[in-house]
Design a protein around this ligand. Structure first.
Ligand SMILES: Cc1cc2nc3c(=O)[nH]c(=O)nc-3n(C[C@H](O)[C@H](O)[C@H](O)COP(=O)(O)OP(=O)(O)OC[C@H]3O[C@@H](n4cnc5c(N)ncnc54)[C@H](O)[C@@H]3O)c2cc1C
Length: 445
């Protein structure tokens, strides 16, 4: 692919913009203990949230990560904080939804809304300075037909979890976004945004204060034993533990083959722009909301803290690609929506992995004695923080059920011989893009 290099700022970096304020590191790291009561694999939001809950209840907890603390999705994401809107996607007919009872779906939705409130409270309680703002979300409809569908969806979301969703006709769209790309959309008031790496740092600080033992660059290579007597072999030595929590989401490996076979890791890519003139920036998203949209291959974007730079994310490709390639593709998508940004330069381009599940839902539970939560499906700032805490509550309550998200099976990926290598992603990505563009063509767009 031929890339126009003029889109890159002279200070362009192939790493997250967020790391300028909070680079993942090894502050607080200690040697791997020889034994611990609860061993947590993964230091992202879910691992740290579980650790914090357990340590506050006086349990002896160790978190071990293969990388620096939070170096994976939890310091790379878009920082959009949602409350059940994506779970709502399942209601409108995701695979595996047909047989679910209405009360289970309501349970899933209301817990997802609770996840949003949980994160707000946690940020407050731990005094985390991470630019959290409850400014709502605008979801753009890419065809008039999608806009019609949104009316029904707004009603069902309002009924189920009172997210305060409102329909915005195209004639009023410029109140929400300085673009004519969409055919109307909806706003959702119960949604927000934060600085993901500062949020992660705040959780890490809180874990340290609560006495959690934290070990970085200690990839777990093997797990033997069973509940009460696990043995974990890591790059930093061996540790014995009574309980183990797997909090590896999109970075799940063959260490836990059963989990790996049930999730599909998908790359999500983001760019950030240089600072824009104040008047240009103000007109882009007048109410400071996060933006998402209706097609299968979707984008998510927002203004960065300070409201002068744009962050634009999406699935430029489903598989991992070079950051320059994803930057060029995302730049095209961004300027399709905001032609006024042509000529603005990119300062950062990066990516990370999310875990998708066949039923498009996150899950928690216990497999071979190992506790887990996984399957953020691209939306885990609130949800994975919440599920990490719920996994901890389940341990504290001696295995009593604590969440609707543990009440149904994590489905297998229906691809013969799938062991975790998603070779089929480029095919699916191209197929979804074809369906999206066919819908737009049929709508005469
Ligand atoms: C580019 C991008 C944009 C996103 N945007 C949003 C958004 O706007 N809003 C939203 O809600 N969500 C978003 N998400 C999703 C969100 O970031 C994730 O759901 C969330 O961070 C998952 O947290 P986690 O702790 O479960 O996993 P992670 O943060 O991915 O942490 C998993 C950890 O497990 C460790 N690990 C794996 N294997 C081992 C091993 N063998 N030994 C030791 N450690 C191991 C990894 O090193 C990693 O640190 C986005 C994700 C990406 C990648």
């Amino acid at each position: 692919m031929q890339i126009d290099r003029t889109i890159f700022h002279p200070d362009y970096k192939q790493e997250p913009y967020w790391w300028e304020a909070a680079r993942p590191g090894t502050e607080y790291a200690v040697d791997l203990p020889k034994e611990t009561e609860i061993f947590i694999i993964g230091s992202g939001y879910s691992g740290l949230s579980a650790a914090l809950e357990l340590a506050r209840e006086g349990r002896d907890v160790s978190v071990v990560d293969a990388l620096a603390f939070g170096e994976a999705a939890s310091s790379r994401n878009g920082g959009g904080v949602s409350a059940g809107v994506n779970i709502g996607k399942g209601i409108s007919g995701g695979p595996g939804q047909a047989n679910r009872s209405e009360s289970l779906l309501n349970g899933l939705l209301s817990e997802s809304a609770a996840a949003f409130e949980f994160v707000r409270t946690l940020i407050d309680r731990e005094g985390i300075e991470c630019h959290f703002e409850k400014r709502g979300r605008f979801v753009g409809a890419v065809t008039p037909e999608h806009f019609e569908g949104m009316k029904k969806k707004a009603d069902s979301l309002n009924q189920a979890i009172q997210v305060d969703a409102k329909i915005v006709p195209k004639s009023e769209q410029r109140r929400e976004i300085g673009s004519d790309f969409y055919h109307g959309g909806m706003t959702i008031e119960r949604a927000g945004k934060l600085h993901p790496a500062l949020y992660h740092k705040g959780l890490l600080d809180a874990c340290h204060r609560a006495g959690v033992k934290l070990t970085a660059h200690g990839k777990v290579e093997r797990i033997d034993g069973s509940v009460g007597k696990f043995r974990l072999q890591t790059e930093k030595g061996e540790c014995r533990a009574e309980q183990v929590i797997v909090a590896t989401n999109g970075y799940t490996s063959n260490l836990t083959p059963k989990l790996r076979r049930r999730i599909v890791p998908i790359s999500s890519q983001i760019i950030a722009t240089e600072e824009l003139p104040e008047d240009v920036a103000r007109e882009l998203i007048p109410n400071g909301r996060t933006i998402s949209e209706s097609p299968r291959v979707t984008s998510y974007y927002r203004l960065l803290p300070g409201d002068r730079r744009v962050m634009y994310g999406g699935r430029a490709r489903f598989e991992n690609v070079h950051p320059d390639v994803s930057a060029a593709l995302l730049y095209q998508m961004m300027t399709d929506r905001w032609p006024q940004l042509k000529g603005v330069r990119i300062t950062h381009s990066w990516s990370g992995f999310v875990a998708m599940t066949v039923d498009a839902l996150p899950h928690m539970g216990q497999e071979d004695g190992l506790h887990y939560c996984t399957g953020c499906n691209g939306s885990g700032v609130a949800m994975m923080t919440y599920l990490g805490r719920q996994v901890a509550r389940r341990i504290l309550q001696d295995g009593q059920p604590v969440s609707a998200y543990e009440s149904f099976e994590l489905p297998k990926v229906p691809v013969p011989f799938y062991t975790g290598n998603p070779w089929f992603l480029p095919i699916i990505g191209n197929y979804y893009r074809y369906l999206d563009s066919r819908e737009r063509r049929r709508a005469g767009l």
